[in-house]
Design a protein around this ligand. Sequence first.
Ligand code: ATP
Length: 240
Amino acid sequence: MSDLLLEVRNLETFYGPIMAIRGVSLEVRKGRVVTVLGANGAGKTTLLKTISGIMDPEKGKIIFEGQEIQGWEPHRVVKAGIVHVPEGREVFPLLTVEENLALGAYTRSDKAEIARDRDLVFNYFPILAERRKQEAGTLSGGQQQMLAIGRGLMLRPKIMLLDEPSLGLSPLLTQEIFAILKRLNQDEGVTMMLVEQNAAVALDLADDGYVMELGRIVMSGTADRLAASEDIQSFYLGHD
Ligand code: ATP
């Protein structure tokens, strides 16, 4: 059996007359971490929104576990196992940490399993356990990012789409969150598609990568090969 989990073929997505995704194709294999790098405005967020059903593509296919899912409603995409952790965290600020996690499990009704998954989230993010009764809006930016990832985990994703988890975080917190993502991938087998402007941390975590510019994929390869490429080094890793 093929280990291909998600395949995007010749995808095109528009904002009115503006073509934000211009024929993107990519693949994510089961158990892998795939990163999509690119500058501000390259189309990374739009790509994730199209995969998760928040936006409809004009053309192209999104194939998940062998099934075409382009144009599906977001809730159906979630049920299929694709969970989007959006840019900017978007936790519910007036609800507690625990309540946010409970909402994460909204598609499920198996109480014992939900409690087990909540404990799993607390095991990976102990600070969330400490602050379980605290309103999410009072958490630091890094803790809110952890909560957003934790809430995504409550849906038992087959793949997590992570939009710029490093955004607005200190280098130290970014390292901490990426170390946890690595453990989630290695120990829990969560497949990830990670969109990032921070190429250094993303390539360090990822197995494979794509580079987007102006709505197109301009480069792809293993993360090691991309990290060694002169173009990536000068444009994305800040080397001379
Ligand atoms: P960022 O890092 O800022 O999220 P990105 O790579 O995710 O950047 P997108 O947000 O996907 O890029 O934007 C891709 C293109 O679509 C850009 O040219 C942007 O100006 C345009 N765009 C994004 N959102 C809208 C919108 N709501 N209406 C019109 N154009 C938009």
